[in-house]
Design a protein around this ligand. Structure first.
Ligand code: 0FX
Length: 244
């Protein structure tokens, strides 16, 4: 029987994961839920379906992880997994992007901008970001009216659907993983941050401008801004679409 560690920073997906895991008849005794200590949703939740989540720093506690687990799931975990860990224990990443396109940070933001395909991917982890052999993936459509948030919600649903279909195979190892067709491209947090300041004098098409604003519109997040030339103060911008 495999001992499983689920490491995450995303409470919504962990709850879905555990409910799928239990609905397939897997044992509570074999699974541990852990959140990153810094950005931990631990304060928001005491138990998930009777399981008590713990805080775990994968860098400092990786020897215990190697010793105590046979399979690790990263479900939007912000911590970088040490190379030695991914070499010694099978680690599977649930990623909100369609590898190898726009690997890394906030794939839907970059797909809205560069028109590369978007989706959800479950893959074996290697030493590079969102890079290992693909186990399964599903593309989602990006509509002209999508914001980052509406596209992200569609991706999360695709992640849940993949987990629902694949979890028993992910646990038993009964699947054939394949190499991505190429290296694709990688976006980092700094690439996202560099999009935020809007240059009011930049000349570009209206379509490009709408794309930039919708890529940076995600609920209440204050992403896109310009500096008011008169006051020197930041003014945040987001966009709303009304469809008939
Ligand atoms: O956890 P996650 O959904 O995903 C991110 C990376 O995109 C992913 O590649 C990595 N595997 C994972 C560990 O971290 O990100 P999040 O929960 O921080 O944010 C969810 C969405 O919210 C994001 O796609 C865009 C939006 N967002 C988030 C922040 C913090 C913003 O628009 N602005 C923000 O400042």
């Amino acid at each position: 029987m495999k001992r499983i560690l689920v490491l995450s920073d995303n409470l919504f997906l962990v709850k879905k994961f555990i409910s799928i895991y239990l609905s397939k008849g897997f044992s509570k005794e074999l699974i541990t839920i852990a959140f990153s200590p810094k950005v931990s949703p631990l304060s928001e939740v005491q138990t998930i379906d009777g399981l008590i989540p713990v805080a775990l720093n994968i860098k400092t506690e990786f020897a215990q992880v190697v010793e105590n687990y046979d399979l690790v799931f990263s479900i939007h975990c912000k911590q970088i997994f040490p190379s030695e860990l991914v070499r010694k224990v099978k680690c599977i990443n649930v990623h909100p992007g369609l590898n190898p396109y726009n690997r890394g940070w906030y794939p839907q933001v970059f797909s809205i901008l560069n028109k590369m395909p978007l989706g959800a991917t479950i893959h074996e982890m290697d030493e590079e970001l969102d890079h290992g052999a693909i186990i399964c993936q599903r593309e989602v459509i990006v509509y002209a009216w999508d914001t980052s948030l509406s596209a992200y919600e569609r991706v999360q649903q695709a992640e849940v659907n993949l987990l629902n279909e694949w979890l028993p195979k992910l646990i038993s190892g009964d699947y054939k993983a394949y190499k991505p067709k190429n290296e694709g491209n990688l976006n980092l947090k700094k690439d996202f941050n560099s999009l935020s300041e809007i240059d009011l004098d930049k000349i570009q098409s209206v379509g490009e401008t709408i794309d930039l604003l919708r890529a940076l519109t995600h609920g209440d997040y204050k992403n896109a801004f310009f500096i008011d030339p008169k006051t020197g103060k930041k003014t945040y911008v987001s966009i709303t679409f009304i469809r008939e």
